[in-house]
Design a protein around this ligand. Structure first.
Ligand code: F7E
Length: 349
């Protein structure tokens, strides 16, 4: 009989972010009680979970939000003791790699120290939750092998990558030393129509839709040769849940295994809205223009270049396939199409 079965309780830090909001959707759809930690800010930033908040059958019944900041470990402790979650998905933090060069200290406080504080709190709980730690391919930085696996050495090349490497190592230490059920998901770039607007995929998708609707101003981008392994965020959310639902904790690379350049992502996004782009020139003088009309839609602006760029970041997820039965089915081209078409829809509203 299922009637008396306690609903599984989930706590998500970063619930208002792209992937946190997909996790909330997933667990609400499975009948779980979902708690999210949100930051108090003067402007409301809840758009990605607004469909849940606006539903009186969900908000206050299946979804509960709690205020805290990542530097307020007293409040996080109180929330953890009060909610007693079965599973904790720790995704919150400053996630922009370029910005981490401008604000390295706060990036490290939010990404590295706050993760350690959460591990410490969990260690004190009588029944600690299973913990998902959102690690990142940025821990590999300039890797010694490609594609990267769980055994590839960490060689971070950015402040963000250093902070994630610290937090990832700490999560492994707490697993081994204190017996916590902690998994590191070493996730490569994952994108969707809910992606923040300062990430390159969202910038490109929004501009492609705007150009298809007649906008004139150019899209300014940084390094068009940069390559990433881009996957689809809702699929990655399923991998995160699968890690905590497995019998034993471990670390997993979550990736598509395919690498594409920023230029290739732009070609696919523009094609999805009916614009055939071509590129000419090189370096800072390269432009992307519409074939036929010759209209220039993309220019390089060195402002968006990073002081250091990770190289050859492409993941090998065969362990996730073998143990969790997870594999990515959507790669960069598919993601670009989904995002550009979603932008067309939202800009027509
Ligand atoms: O840059 C290049 C840029 O900012 C991707 C985060 O989720 O994934 C994400 O980090 C690439 C880089 O993502 C622009 O130089 C060119 O090579 O979209 P992004 P990211 O830095 O890879 C990892 C796995 C995380 O963990 C992070 O949290 O695109 N690029 N032109 C540009 N990037 C941006 N943002 N803006 C440009 O105009």
């Amino acid at each position: 009989m299922h009637e008396n079965k306690r609903q599984k309780k989930i706590l998500i830090t970063g619930i208002t972010g792209q992937t946190g909001s997909y996790l909330a959707d997933l667990f609400i759809s499975e009948g779980c009680e979902v708690h999210g930690i949100v930051r108090r800010a003067s402007s409301f930033n809840r758009s990605r979970i607004e469909h849940l908040r606006a539903n009186p059958e969900i908000y206050g019944k299946k979804l509960f939000l709690h205020y805290s900041d990542l530097d307020d470990s007293t409040t996080i402790r109180r929330i953890l003791f009060k909610t007693e979650p079965d599973e904790l998905y720790h995704l919150a933090g400053q996630s922009h790699v370029g910005l981490s060069f401008e604000i390295p200290e706060s990036t490290c406080q939010e990404t590295a120290s706050a993760t350690l504080a959460i591990l410490e709190i969990c260690r004190d709980l009588k029944n600690p939750p299973r913990i998902y730690h959102a690690s990142s391919s940025e821990v590999f930085g300039s890797p010694s092998e490609s594609p990267q696996k769980e055994t590839t050495a960490f060689r971070p090349a950015t402040p963000y990558g250093c902070a994630k490497a610290f937090a990832t190592n700490m999560a492994s230490v707490y697993r081994r030393a204190h017996g916590l059920f902690v998994c590191n998901g070493i996730a490569y770039n994952h994108e969707s129509p809910r992606r923040g607007e300062n990430f390159v995929t969202c910038k490109i998708a929004a501009a492609a839709a705007a150009h298809a609707r007649g906008r004139r101003e150019c899209l300014e981008l940084g390094n068009l040769n940069a390559e990433r392994d881009w996957g689809y965020a809702p699929e990655f959310a399923r991998a995160m849940a699968a890690m905590l639902h497995h019998d034993s904790p471990d670390d997993y690379v979550i990736a598509t295994g395919h690498s594409s350049s920023v230029r290739e992502f732009a070609l696919a996004a523009y094609r999805a809205v009916g614009i055939e782009l071509a590129f000419e020139g090189s370096g800072h003088a390269e432009v992307g223009f519409e074939m036929g009309s010759g209209k220039v839609f993309i220019r390089v602006n060195p402002h968006f270049y990073r002081p250091v760029e990770p190289t050859r970041l492409v993941g090998d997820s065969s362990k996730a396939l073998e143990i969790l039965g997870w594999r990515a089915s959507i790669t960069a081209k598919g993601v670009a199409e989904i995002m550009a078409r979603a932008e067309m829809d939202s800009q027509s509203r």
